[in-house]
Design a protein around this ligand. Structure first.
Ligand SMILES: *Cc1c(COP(=O)(O)O)cnc(C)c1O
Length: 363
């Protein structure tokens, strides 16, 4: 059926298998799942229950609304809100048994006051900023919390920080952040800690601490750029060919005639465009596979259409399928073609696609 332009196939089995693969990197430690931004575009409502069933017990999202959606799916999970205690959201966090990742003294005081008023301890995580200058306590302020009763009053049950350049293991900032985090753990003893995002998991045992915190790698992104991807691919994007035509030398294709045929070429027009979430920035640089043959995207990507040069792909015909993500065309490659990162490709996967969930490759 071709009622929609393109089909997104999401392999829940591969997500589960990636979660287990990440957990296996740190035996004896726990592995959480970061499922912000609708589980990196893959659909929280399907992803969260699949990970819970596999044994994942701790989840991180960015916003209160995401956390409330996660709570409805996961009544017993520990759910942290990374963006913290924004003004006024405390009662809603409490009502849904959610945990803010607090990043300032104001947030701690507010959370402690809610706990005192409710008469029950309310858990939270403490975010320490070891280099991002984005969210969290600067290191000296965090060190000064040693011995301060506010730490217990605010229910601090997890210490966490976020790596600046985890995907670049040789960057000196990694060692500096690790050393600062070790000092903090010593100053605030007895509290479990979380340090590693997807790439951090592959920095070795000293980066593991108590709780891994991967997102991107769960969804098939390569956590070790420049090396073979240890994760299974999760997302497949396919579009139908609407028309095939032959053009002659000198003919152009697409808006503003950005591409000119240098000889007779066969062009196929795909029924998807940037309004579906396929990035316009990949114009003239992206690829799609037709019958296993790599075909370049030519000219500017339109709102609802993409033009491929299928001269070398005999399988290209009206109604046949082109693969834009999958079979070796991975999200990192699509990100590079669009001058961005695979994270943005994933989280931009549009609502216009028909979504199919499969559990094919769980192992
Ligand atoms: C998004 C995020 C993660 C997950 O990072 P990935 O690189 O996707 O694994 C972990 N921690 C924090 C604080 C985040 O914002």
């Amino acid at each position: 059926m071709h009622g929609h332009g393109a089909t997104l196939i999401i392999d829940l089995g591969a997500i589960v298998s990636n979660w287990r693969r990440l957990a296996d990197e740190a035996p004896g430690r726990a592995c959480a799942a970061v499922v912000k931004a609708d589980a990196y575009g893959c659909g929280l409502d399907r992803v969260a229950p699949a990970l819970w069933q596999a044994g994942c017990r701790t989840f991180f999202v960015a916003h209160l609304s995401e956390a409330i959606a996660a709570r409805a799916l996961l009544p017993e999970a520990i759910i942290y809100v990374l963006n913290g205690l924004l003004p006024g959201i405390g009662p809603a966090l409490m009502a849904h048994a959610l945990r803010p990742v607090v990043g300032s003294r104001d947030e701690m005081v507010e959370w402690a006051a809610l706990a005192a008023a409710s008469g029950a301890p309310l858990p939270a995580a403490l975010h320490i900023d070891t280099g991002m200058n984005r969210l969290g306590f600067p290191v000296p302020e965090a060190l000064a919390l040693a011995g301060d009763p506010i730490v217990a009053q605010a229910g601090i049950a997890l210490l966490m920080t976020h790596l600046v350049s985890a995907e670049l293991p040789e960057e000196v900032v990694n060692a500096r952040q690790a050393a600062d985090f070790a000092r903090l753990r010593a100053a605030l003893p007895g509290i479990p800690a979380s340090f590693a995002n997807s790439s951090g998991v592959f920095l070795g045992a000293p980066a593991h601490h108590d709780l891994l915190r991967p997102g991107y790698a769960l969804f098939g992104g390569n956590p070790v750029p420049g090396r073979p991807n240890p994760m299974r691919p999760v997302v497949r994007l396919e579009a139908t060919i609407a028309q095939v035509r032959t053009v002659a030398a000198g003919d152009t294709a697409g808006y503003n005639a950005r591409w000119t045929a240098d000889g007779p070429r066969r062009l196929a027009t795909l029924s998807l465009g940037y309004a579906d979430g396929y990035p316009r920035a990949a114009s003239g640089r992206g690829m799609a596979l037709v019958g296993g043959v790599r075909c370049p995207i030519v000219g500017l990507i339109s709102m609802d259409l993409v033009i491929l040069d299928v001269t070398d792909a005999p399988a290209a015909a009206r109604g046949s399928t082109a693969t834009l993500i999958g079979d070796g065309l991975d999200i990192d490659a699509v990100g590079r073609a669009a001058g961005t990162i695979g994270y943005e490709i994933l989280t931009g996967l549009g609502s216009r696609y028909v979504r199919h969930y499969v559990t094919g490759t769980e192992a």
